[in-house]
Design a protein around this ligand. Structure first.
Ligand code: FAD
Length: 422
């Protein structure tokens, strides 16, 4: 993309006046951080003197592919986005394997590890989330592993030897993916979910039942309404005990019960924090020199756990710091995934509200389910299992709030025009 004249002028004006470039420090080198750096160096190359600090020992990688990495479908190299040379070529100083430990707002610096200090004029926090561990006895036993980063995947794969017995706690998207990955490795896998259906935030009962069946067909035992009471073992996890007293043997427990935005650094620095680091429509925190984006940010009371909003944050902030007008208004979320090869899509409202009409097509034998929720002629929700071809159209209609022109097109797809006779 070409450099906008405005950005170049801004950069040149500063350089021409003999002023040093502003120092921009980015804390976190995950997916939001990298997308932000890519866009900023594209729109406003050379405008900032950039340093990026990442706690993980590697460059940013595609976290979404961790499930495939766990199941052995891809290797670590396939998860990488950019090599070290990309950072160097774009004038970005990258420090890996070193967490930022303190922000000193008064003196304008970030402390890295115990000793290093990085002064900043502007600071971006892209520190993501931390996986939650259930506050139950035995959760810290060796063999109980979260599922968030490359180190977790390495630990799970090490423990997941053939014929090992694994329990995954959590029937959300990540729990399902972890369970399928483990089953693919030949591990005897049980998935526990405390609710009465899988992925209850994205799927209604019908869709969730189809997904459960697909999991079972892949060799995953699914137990719903499973309330974990404690983990037990002598020096290492050996069994999980449910609230009803059932004891399930386990050589490995994968904890996938959600994430919590990383706010500790911001909170200690006195920035406004709710569930995440509070930002306005320009991703600016309560300190005008400090910004936050991705899973650590809370915008209009909303925190997100998906890539799409993180990338929208990155785009907004890159434009803003390049001096272009940019505002983030929130992201209407949708979920599109494959559970063991079974395509699943959901967007908007999932359970039918009293004032809406549900249009349903269900063919359990074929593993097919489609539900559209319509209120006042407008689409407010959609759940598809098996065939998700119309997902783009549904997403667009839910976001725009435009009236539906033809429900059948959404339900059955647009008819393919007959080829003209020669
Ligand atoms: C297994 C898995 C599968 C997923 N699948 C999907 C999917 O299919 N679709 C989807 O939309 N989303 C998916 N997600 C979620 C998606 O990966 C996240 O939404 C996305 O990575 C968020 O980007 P982020 O940059 O905000 O956070 P992260 O990618 O977590 O990056 C934050 C980085 O900051 C670092 N950090 C934290 N504190 C510090 C510090 N003090 N100093 C320096 N560095 C620090 C962390 O180590 C981390 O590397 C998945 C996540 C996982 C774990």
């Amino acid at each position: 993309m070409a450099t906008s004249p405005k950005d170049t002028r801004g950069h040149d004006a500063r350089a021409e006046s003999g002023l040093p470039r502003e120092r921009l420090v980015v804390v976190g080198n995950g997916m939001a951080s990298l997308r932000f750096l890519e866009r900023l160096t594209e729109i406003a190359p050379g405008r900032y003197d950039i340093t990026c600090i990442g706690a993980e020992p590697t460059v940013a990688y595609n976290r979404v592919l961790l499930s495939s990495l766990l199941g052995g479908e891809v290797d670590e190299a396939a998860c990488a986005f950019r090599g070290l040379d990309w950072y160097a070529d774009h004038g970005i100083r990258l420090i890996t394997g070193a967490p930022a430990t303190r922000i000193d707002r008064e003196n304008g610096y970030v402390r890295v590890g115990e000793t290093h200090v990085l002064p900043f004029d502007r600071l971006v926090l892209a520190v993501g989330s931390l996986p939650i561990r259930l506050p139950k006895p035995g959760m810290d036993l060796p063999g109980v592993i979260t599922f968030r980063d490359l180190a977790d995947v390495a630990a799970i794969r090490k423990a997941a030897v053939q014929h090992a017995r694994a329990i995954v706690i959590g029937g959300g998207l990540l729990g399902l993916e972890a369970a399928v990955g483990l089953a693919r490795l030949g591990v005897e896998t049980t998935l526990l979910h405390v609710m009465d259906r899988l992925m209850e935030r994205q799927l209604d009962h019908h869709a969730a039942a189809l997904v459960k069946r697909a999991m079972e067909a892949r060799g995953v035992r699914v137990i719903l309404k499973a309330d974990t009471a404690r983990l037990e073992g002598d020096g290492r996890v050996e069994r999980l005990v449910l609230a009803d007293g059932t004891a399930l043997p386990a050589d490995l427990v994968v904890m996938s019960v959600g994430v919590r935005p990383s706010v500790a650094l911001a909170q200690a620095a006195g920035l406004a924090v709710g569930r995440g680091i509070t930002v306005d429509d320009r991703m600016t925190t309560s300190d005008p020199r400090i910004f936050a984006l991705g899973e650590c940010a809370e915008h209009r009371g909303q925190i997100y756990g998906l890539v799409e909003p993180a990338y929208e944050h990155a785009e907004t902030l890159a434009r803003h710091l390049a001096g272009e007008p940019a505002e983030y208004r929130g992201t209407a979320l949708s979920t599109s995934l494959k559970v063991s090869g079974l395509p699943v899509f959901s967007a908007g409202i999932v359970d039918t509200p009293d004032d809406a009409e549900a249009i349903v097509l269900s063919d359990p034998g074929a593993g097919l389910y489609r539900k559209l929720l319509v209120r006042d002629g407008k689409l407010i929700g959609a759940v598809f299992v098996g065939d998700i071809a119309e997902q783009g159209a549904c997403k667009g209609l839910i976001r725009s709030g435009d009236p539906i022109e033809n429900v059948d097109d959404l339900m059955f797809g647009r008819p393919v025009p007959e080829p003209l006779a020669a």
